[in-house]
Design a protein around this ligand. Structure first.
Ligand code: BJW
Ligand code: ZN
Length: 239
């Protein structure tokens, strides 16, 4: 059986994308039934969309909150949490996903570089910290205001905005000897470039997903298949 070689000297950096949550019932972005299909990206995932129609943006993220609240982690999320429990601080997880399925599976050493679905923040960036928020807003009038008076917005990184935790992410990539990328099409930057940074730093780079990603050329090992089916076996011998 194919495995990913991870031994006591290795430090593992994991990058996950929408594909890892597909078997939990959450739609990916670029598959035919994916989220872009229901909504044009420029209508919901840009600061311009927020300026133009914040009610539509909140409807989109409210529906995503409802779907994610029902979702349960699958064997791929659990295999990564289990790997973390074996590797301790030799493990680091960076997810592009805004759902909380990694946390539900037990992962702790993780960052959400594109934000979190169940968090909101001030749209005027007045300096108050983001707040936990699992509410669903059916209309604009229901959307709460920050104490500064501005409306709250989803704590999500839209196109043209700066991803979160980039310094820590770069540092963890520099230290990694293995980069494992799961279920992401390699079409959104800077995440799509992490594998090249890891290769430049001498790491082995492994992709696990349904099909070859756009940045396939930068991987030393590619395993095609569903993450929930493949990952538990691939990681079984990691120490
Ligand atoms: C399975 C499976 C199963 C299915 N098992 N696998 C021109 C060139 C280069 C860059 C740019 C450019 N023009 C603009 C840019 C920059 C821009 C960008 O990348 N644009 C591209 C469209 C070209 N990027 C940005 O603007 C970013 N900010 C930025 O660059 O700031 C500058 C900066 C950089 C560095 C430091 C400091 C500053 C921000 C990007 C924000 C992305 N936001 C989104 C939406 C918000 C989150 C949300 O609402 O959920 O994030 S877009 C969307 O794409 C979402 C995702 O996190 C992200 C990645 O998608 P992902 O995860 O790859 O999903 P899919 O659907 O594409 O792929 C799923 C994969 O799974 C597929 O391959 C399937 O086969 C597979 N799969 N089932 C395993 N069961
Ligand atoms: Zn404010």
């Amino acid at each position: 059986m194919e495995t990913i070689s991870i031994s006591g000297d290795d430090r593992v950096f994991v990058l996950t994308g929408a594909g890892i949550s597909a078997e939990s019932g959450l739609a990916t972005f670029r598959d035919s039934d994916g989220l872009w299909a229901g909504h044009a990206i420029e209508d919901v995932c840009t600061p311009e969309a927020w300026e133009r129609n914040p009610e539509l943006v909140w409807q989109f993220y409210s529906a995503r909150r409802e779907a994610a609240a029902e979702a349960r982690p699958n064997p791929a999320h659990r295999a990564l949490a289990e790997l973390e429990s074996r590797l301790g601080d030799r493990f680091f997880l960076c997810t592009q996903n805004v759902d909380d399925l990694h946390e539900k599976a037990g992962s702790r050493r993780l960052v959400h570089m594109h934000g979190e679905l169940f968090v909101s923040r001030c749209s005027a960036e007045c300096g108050r910290p983001p707040m936990v928020d699992d509410a669903v807003y059916a209309s604009w009038s229901e959307v709460p205001r920050c104490p500064c008076g501005a409306r709250m917005r989803p704590h999500i990184v839209w196109f043209g905005e700066t991803p979160l935790e980039m310094e820590r992410i770069r540092e963890e990539i520099r230290r990694a000897t293995v980069m494992l990328v799961v279920g992401t099409s390699g079409s959104v930057y800077p995440a799509a470039n992490f594998v090249r940074l890891a290769r430049q730093a001498g790491a082995r780079t492994v992709y696990v997903g349904l099909e070859r990603p756009l940045n396939a050329g930068a991987f030393t090992q590619i395993v095609t298949g569903k993450a929930g089916r493949m990952l538990p076996g691939l990681l079984a011998e990691a120490t």
